[in-house]
Design a protein around this ligand. Sequence first.
Ligand SMILES: Cc1cc2nc3c(=O)[nH]c(=O)nc-3n(C[C@H](O)[C@H](O)[C@H](O)COP(=O)(O)O)c2cc1C
Length: 382
Amino acid sequence: MASNGARLFEPINLRSVAVKNRIAVSPMSQYRAVNGYANAWHMVHLGRFALGGAGLVFAEATAVEDRGRRTHGDLGLWDDAQIEPLVPVTKFITDEGAVPGVQLGHAGRKASERRPWQGETPVDEEDVELRGEAPWAAIAPSAIPYADGWPTPDEMTDADIEKVVGAFGAAARRSLEAGFRVIEVYAAHGFLVHQFLSPIANQRRDKWGGDAAGRRRFALEVARSIRANWPEDLPLLFRLSATDWLEGGIEVEETIETAQALALEGVDMIDCSTGGIGGRERPRRMKIEQGFQVPFANQIKNSVGIATMAVGCLWDPEVCEAVIADGSADMVALARELLDDPNWPLHTAAALGANENHALWPPESGWWLMKRERLFSKLGLR
Ligand SMILES: Cc1cc2nc3c(=O)[nH]c(=O)nc-3n(C[C@H](O)[C@H](O)[C@H](O)COP(=O)(O)O)c2cc1C
């Protein structure tokens, strides 16, 4: 499709998957699944982004194990029965010209949490009374709670590790059957894979901990397990927290090595986020402003030679265009901006001169909007 010079609207190939532009819908937990099953909410939530012109539409963090859910409302793919309700969702996204992706994850020590608007605190007996939602035991690389007031997770045994690694592979196979064409592993924001990577959460002395190579082993095994169950011609992404922003945590230099090691396991793109390893307070080094994580995408892309996705506080069309045009990243992912305006990609294409006559809109809307625009100009309104 012609992009009229706007780099944001140039297609990109990820292995055999052609994505029509550089805009991804960042994974957004909806807390609306029941026992991990998708329903009409997921169809409408994700479907509107496909209609809104995003090239790659990611479903939210999807648990590979029951105990790996963050909340009772998380989506899951730990059971074959969870495949079927996702099929119409991925079909709709595909039929509307976007690519359906899924983010596979495990909450580790952040499991059994209340939904954000219920406090993002551990589920307890009060939730049983209020909502019939019981707490469950969490597992983690080390028996270190996520934050003050959180329960201590059980340190994972070798058998636990093997089981979870296998669960990622099984969920990859189910993702394929559900119709997804891209998998992203949730290895950021303090969830299980990140817990293994970060020395703040991983204080093991066996082969799964210690130096960076040891802490990285779990992520690499997860990549291997997925690759063994996911077709060679389909892309695999990892979302990493490039830095923990904390003394004694991961710094970008280590993440660059992790990205290098992941690339050797068949990972095609790094989605570059930051933070989230522990505690509720924002680390002092973390200064939030528009595009504040873009430099990490740039550094990882240009030192490893792997494709990257930039994410976080990206909302301005010109800024997003510049991220692609200056080679900082290959794609951008947006979350809250798209909640505010699911048609942001279409509006952005117009702002960048790449959507003449509403050509990128589904004709069911575009035809009428084009006529309305002509009327506006006739009436001298816009
Ligand atoms: C409602 C909501 C749910 C989110 N759920 C997830 C998730 O499931 N997985 C994830 O990696 N990030 C999740 N995030 C973080 C976003 O994907 C994104 O990285 C973050 O919001 C920064 O991007 P933004 O400034 O465009 O919102 C969520 C964010 C929001 C607003």
